[in-house]
Write a protein that binds this ligand. Structure first.
Ligand code: AP5
Length: 212
């Protein structure tokens, strides 16, 4: 977890690869549905464009389906879920019901102005989902992905006014679950400033400490 732009998607990619488990990102699933024009996408888009949370009943059912897929049998990394205390409580119940358990919760810590700088320059690959930044992590060709040559796009919710609203939503609705997990001794805070590879190093070191 962490505010919008903390680097959750960027780091989740590396951590999931390191652990050989799938990354399950609710934001990515919603965006995929929006681009495919599904009813779920049409419903989610209204909230995403405004920077608000998609209603819990929609999000929770979607996560329940996704974690029941065969590739999730050996574990998974959740990115962007849970996002409020109600979702955190439902996740606990859902995991208990299917005999899974939460090993750790990682919080990426970064300040608001850095968030705005990061999100204003973010570009995402339409084909492979790779995340780039026009200044901090630029692709060789500003319009195409270095990894797969797919076209890069800017997210609709990455306008400054929407970013600031997403930060408010994070502080009001998501930040309280930091305490929820800290009280259960599951939370590890990671300094998410500095180069991407340094953040990855700190995140993987935190995972190792948790394992030992
Ligand atoms: P979601 O996609 O989850 O968005 P978010 O939480 O706002 O987070 P972001 O994806 O914007 O940022 P990130 O932390 O992943 O940063 P990134 O790695 O891309 O959700 C979008 C929407 O979907 C929500 O607003 C909501 O409507 C809905 N939704 C999703 N989940 C939901 C839920 N559970 N319940 C209800 N609604 C839900 O990095 C950002 C940029 O910074 C990139 O350009 C990257 O290259 C750059 N960068 C990364 N690390 C560094 C670094 N160390 N230094 C410099 N630049 C960096």
């Amino acid at each position: 977890m962490g505010p919008p732009g903390a680097g959750k998607g960027t780091q989740a990619e590396f951590i999931a690869e390191h652990l050989s488990i799938p990354k399950i990102s609710t934001g990515d699933i919603f965006r995929k549905n929006v681009s495919q024009g599904t009813p779920l996408g049409a419903e989610a888009k209204k909230y995403m464009d405004a920077g608000d949370l998609v209603p819990d009943e929609v999000t929770i059912a979607m996560v329940k389906d996704r974690i029941s897929e065969p590739d999730a049998v050996g574990g998974y990394l959740l990115d962007g879920f849970p996002r409020n205390v109600a979702q955190a409580k439902v996740l606990d119940a859902m995991l208990e019901e299917i005999g899974h358990c939460l090993d750790m919760v990682m919080e990426l810590v970064v300040d608001d102005e850095e968030v705005v700088r990061r999100l204003a320059g973010r570009r995402t690959c339409r084909d492979c989902g790779q995340i780039w930044h026009i200044v901090f992590d630029p692709p060789a060709d500003p319009e195409h992905c270095d990894r797969c040559s797919g076209a890069l796009f800017q997210r609709d919710d990455d306008k400054e006014a929407t970013i600031r609203h997403r930060l408010e939503v994070y502080n009001e609705q998501t930040a309280p679950i930091v305490d929820y997990y800290a009280d259960r001794s599951m939370l590890v805070g990671v300094d998410a400033t500095g180069p991407v590879e340094n953040v990855t190093g700190r995140a993987i070191a935190a995972l190792r400490r948790m394992e030992s």
